[in-house]
Write a protein that binds this ligand. Structure first.
Ligand code: C2E
Ligand code: MG
Ligand code: MG
Length: 629
């Protein structure tokens, strides 16, 4: 009997069945649909074999023709069901859920399916067996062929139309699966002895299983937890089908300095086991040191988080300290992109426990707007540098200026750095932004005009992140070489806090630059951790008293003494003093009398664009020459 190929296919499907049922799986829509398609394929093949056997028995031995006809009908109905499930498997994740036309398309395909199945049941069917040629025919069979063709072609069309929305691998697997089916049907049509369709659908299932439903990509080899890949698919699935969830995330900072790989693995395993205990909900390892568990309900997640905290505080079986991020309601975020952005941003938090709320989500959204604004400004060359001159008290002239970054919006509006520098520091955009500022400053110096009007040096603010650990002060050397700038013309301002937080890297970078003749100022003095012992070891020649500190001088008796005392100490250490934020003539006079070296403030000039700044220097020089003359 002509059933060898179908039997082989049945064995293959059985193997996939067993593997699929045994493996650890996530509750994903696609997996459910795949399982449905697998079941339909299995049932269809079984009835395919049964129908061949019964047709042979009826034709050769006069077996009950009604039973044979019924089995033939069930087989072709299952064949159509299989095609329909294939179409549903392919289209569910692709067709939009919120569009009316997609809902109508779904309803139509469903209706066609139901009507088709009824027609196949009602319409007459015939069968024939002639040696190895066994087939059914008649109106019922014709409906089956037409519907199968409709589903196969629809699946192929949908896959091609939405090819940009699915990974290339998925597209190839889907097209292969449907293509093999079509090819097998064509071969079987031309040569009815070759009953290939059943085998082709089983083969298609193998392709889908290996390429798309392969569990190994979803399971982390060392802990047995689900992977980051799996989390991504799971979270996308939840948002797509509007299912709310809660999440407990732990970023573990292992306390022991593991030298031995096995010891480290052991610690990871213990953490993984502790997290699995938070289940039966699925646990994921999303990074070497980051784990999470997803729950359907917030209360359950909060209970479990409290349990972990109690256990960690009470005993020592958890080998680590952690940063815990709790997201009680996934719907606070607009979708998977915002969800993952939130996760990555707040997992880096300094706090031990962060609970997601509207405020934090809003903060992220605002930060994102600023991030986009910075990117646009960098791309559209709208990052500008303004200059604010310092008055040199001893020489009565403006020979130094500070470069201060601005972003110009497309409508011409100027955005001050206070609004975007903190974000740029958090997102890492400070690297490109700082480089752009430095390049513009080098450009100004290389033009030589400012120098002609008495400018000796430009001070550039640098954030700690701009100093590279492995390649010290790379950006500075690169641009000074490119614009052929004398290192004497540049002074870099670092802040107290940055210096304190990254002391070693900072020192390494500073020393490299000092060797090349670059000088440094310590900015924002009086706002951070002012530990003088600490700073005298840094190679800085200038201390800049922050605006708030100088303001305090005029308002508060105690600050007055502190500032005067500091001034004395720094002068003894051969450092020069710049006071910031001087806005009136009286303040200028007081500062001159105190003996500060430079005065920076609105009294002389606000930070101004390059062309205005050049004019300012020119006017001041004319004015000075005039006075001296
Ligand atoms: P900063 O380095 O301490 O710069 C001095 C700030 O004081 C400037 O604010 C300046 O406009 C302001 N200022 C100067 N004189 C007066 C005054 O008399 N009254 C008042 N009320 N303010 C005065 P700006 O330009 O808004 O810059 C703010 C901060 O942004 C800077 O503080 C600096 O920390 C940062 N920044 C600016 N440009 C850059 C840059 O290119 N890179 C980095 N990393 N940070 C920058
Ligand atoms: Mg500064
Ligand atoms: Mg400052």
């Amino acid at each position: 009997m002509n059933i060898e190929l179908q039997c082989c296919a049945l064995f293959i499907l059985f193997a996939i069945f067993v593997m699929f049922l045994r493996e650890k799986k996530l509750d994903l829509m696609n997996r459910k649909l795949f399982f449905r398609a697998l079941c339909a394929c299995f049932a269809c093949l079984s009835f395919d074999i049964l129908s061949v056997i019964l047709i042979n028995m009826s034709v050769l031995n006069g077996f009950n023709s009604l039973v044979t006809e019924l089995v033939c009908k069930i087989y072709i109905m299952l064949l159509v069901l299989q095609g329909y499930f294939g179409y549903v498997y392919a289209s569910t994740s692709l067709l939009p859920r919120d569009k009316t036309w997609a809902t109508v398309a779904r309803a139509i395909s469903h209706t066609i399916f139901v009507i088709g199945e009824l027609l196949m049941l009602i319409l007459p069917i015939g069968y024939e067996a002639n040696g190895r040629i066994v087939f059914s025919y008649g109106p019922s069979t014709s409906v089956a062929y037409i519907l199968s063709a409709i589903y196969i072609i629809s699946t192929i069309i949908i896959c091609i139309c939405y090819r940009n929305q699915m990974p290339g691998r998925r597209l190839v697997a889907m097209l292969l699966w449907q293509g093999i089916w079509l090819l097998a049907a064509a071969v079987q049509f031309l040569n009815p002895e070759l009953l290939l369709v059943g085998f082709a659908s089983a083969f298609g299932m193998v392709i889908l299983y290996i390429q798309l439903e392969n569990p190994s990509e979803f399971i982390d080899g060392s802990t047995g937890l689900f992977t980051a890949n799996a989390l991504s698919v799971y979270v996308h699935d939840k948002y797509k089908y509007g299912k709310r969830f809660s999440m407990f995330t732990a970023k573990i900072h292992y306390m022991t300095n593991y030298v031995d790989y096995n010891m480290e693995q052991n610690a990871v395993m213990r953490t993984a086991r502790a997290l699995v205990e938070l289940g039966p909900e699925p646990a994921f390892r999303i990074d070497d040191d980051t784990f999470c568990v997803l729950y359907d309900e917030a209360e359950r997640m909060l209970d479990k988080a409290a349990y972990i905290k109690k256990r960690k505080d009470g005993v020592t079986d958890l080998p680590a300290k952690g940063t815990y991020l709790l997201i009680p309601n996934s719907l606070q975020m607009s979708g998977p992109d915002e969800f993952f952005r939130f996760l990555h941003t707040y997992l880096e938090s300094e706090d031990e426990i962060v609970v997601a709320n509207e405020q934090l989500v809003q903060k992220l959204r605002d930060q994102n707007k600023v991030k986009d604004m910075i990117d646009d400004a960098l791309a559209g060359d709208r990052v500008e540098v303004f200059y604010q001159p310092f008055y040199n008290v001893k020489e009565s002239r403006f020979n130094i200026a500070e470069a201060l970054v601005r972003i110009r919006r497309e409508n011409g509006e100027i955005v001050p750095p206070g609004l975007f520098i903190p974000v740029a520091e958090e997102t890492g955009q400070i690297l490109s932004l700082g480089t752009r500022v430095f390049e513009k400053v080098c450009e100004l110096i290389s033009k030589g005009e400012a120098r002609k009007f008495g400018l000796d040096q430009v001070e550039v603010n640098v954030s700690a992140a701009q100093f590279d650990h492995d390649n010290p002060a790379k950006f500075v050397f690169e641009y000074m070489d490119k614009y052929n700038v004398d290192p004497k013309r540049i002074n870099l301002e670092i802040t107290e806090t940055a210096a304190a937080d990254n002391y070693d890297i900072m020192l390494k970078n500073m020393n490299r630059l000092v060797e090349k003749g670059i000088t440094f100022s310590l900015d924002d003095f009086g706002t951070g951790r002012s530990n003088i012992d600490y700073f005298i070891n840094l190679p800085v020649n200038v201390i800049k008293f922050d605006y708030t500190f100088t303001k305090g001088f005029f308002e508060n008796g105690k600050t007055k003494h502190v500032l005067t005392g500091m001034l004395d100490i720094f002068h003894k250490l051969n450092m020069e003093i710049v006071v910031e934020g001087i806005e009136t003539k009286e303040q200028v006079d007081v500062m001159k009398a105190l003996g500060v070296d430079y005065i920076q403030g609105y009294y002389f000039s606000k930070p101004i664009p390059e062309d205005e700044f050049i004019k300012f220097l020119q006017n001041m020089q004319i004015y000075k020459t005039h006075l001296e003359g």
